[in-house]
Ligand binder design. Structure first.
Ligand code: ISE
Length: 342
């Protein structure tokens, strides 16, 4: 049994609390913290938790009864608790992105290197989606040869909140592609460019606050090129696509199978409305993987996203933001990967 300290009781946090409390079986939330104490109190009441409400992330991390920490607070509130967990030697799962940029994420990598231990696991949930897992297997088997190019679609029915802005398209949305493409290609990024398409009049946040759809052009060190359409006001549902072209074949992310309905002179399949439904299994699987490795005293490995992966995604996102604001193609270079992440 793993005793969890939980930080951040917003929408994603509540989704994870439900998961840990009701679906995992080998974890208890024993301590909880949110900057807004009322949100923590509400989570305790709604999910019937037997958890101490802490006054700070630090108090929670250092509570002797807490074995490991799960964090779903705002992106800009991740860094200090991550560093505190590393200092305290406690395994930590953080929602994506690991921090707000490459410079902050590098501090996390440096802290782990100094500690000589990997404790951080980043919630890049797509790595646990069955469709992406199958793609990864096919790519790694080399049955379609080396990857050459591809195109992806990251569509949300509507912008996540009324505060969701132009930069969020990169930091909250495209950050998933920044991770999953690096993972699938097993190659580093060379350069990126972002272009904004014609504005959608149905964008509820207004084009002056939220410029999208955004098209990302991503180049890899070995020469492959992938484009990603990020459209966060597509209206019709949550639609994630990924089609990659190899030397002797292609591989595409399967749609989630739903019944074919024939009715009223139409044939149709339904589609998820949001990521909570689309990636439910993946979120469960990644949390189970975290809890199991903590129970076994293991460091993150295999398909788990480490602090290094979190850093790589942030560096790519930084370059995308630079392109978004200043235009043009932006080159990406990384320091040497520390031996800890070999
Ligand atoms: C949200 O934070 C997510 O993680 C979703 O997967 C993504 O599709 C959405 O655009 C983000 O706002």
């Amino acid at each position: 049994m793993v005793n969890i300290g939980f930080i951040g009781c917003g929408q994603m946090g509540r989704d994870h609390i439900d998961r840990i409390a009701n679906r995992m079986g080998n974890a208890h939330i024993v301590a909880i913290y949110d900057l807004n104490r009322a949100a923590a109190e509400k989570a305790v009441a709604d999910f019937g938790l037997d958890a101490k409400i802490c006054d700070s992330a630090d108090e929670l991390i250092h509570a002797p009864e807490v074995d490991a920490v799960v964090m779903a607070s705002r992106n800009d509130a991740h860094l200090e608790p991550l560093l505190a967990c590393i200092e305290a030697g406690k395994p930590v799962f953080t929602e994506k992105p690991m921090t707000i940029d490459g410079a902050d994420s590098w501090k996390v990598v440096e802290a782990e290197v100094k500690a000589g231990k990997k404790l951080v696991q980043v919630g890049f949930n797509r790595r646990y989606d069955t469709g992406y897992e199958q793609m990864k297997e096919i790519i790694d088997s080399k049955q379609i040869g080396e990857l050459l190019c591809g195109d992806c679609r990251h569509f949300n029915a509507q912008a996540a909140t009324s505060y969701y802005r132009t930069d969020n398209v990169v930091n909250d949305t495209l950050i998933h592609e920044c991770d999953i493409l690096h993972y699938l290609f097993d190659d580093d990024y060379k350069a990126v460019e972002i272009k904004c398409a014609r504005q959608n009049r149905l964008n509820p946040n207004g084009a002056e606050n939220l410029r999208e759809p955004q098209i990302a052009i991503i180049e890899f060190q070995h020469g492959a090129i992938v484009t990603v359409e990020a459209n966060v006001n597509c209206q019709y549902g949550y639609d994630i696509q990924c089609r990659l072209v190899g030397e002797s074949g292609t591989v595409s992310l399967p749609d989630v199978a739903t019944p074919e309905v024939r009715q009223a002179e139409r044939i149709y399949h339904s589609i998820s409305s949001d990521w909570f439904a689309r990636f439910l299994d993946a979120y469960d699987k990644e949390m189970r993987a975290f809890l199991n490795r903590v129970e076994r005293g293991e460091e993150p490995s295999g398909q788990m996203a480490t602090a290094w992966d979190g850093y790589v995604a942030n560096v790519a996102a930084d370059a995308m933001l630079e392109s978004l604001h200043n235009g043009g193609r932006v080159e990406i270079s990384l320091p040497e990967r520390p031996a800890l992440y070999a």
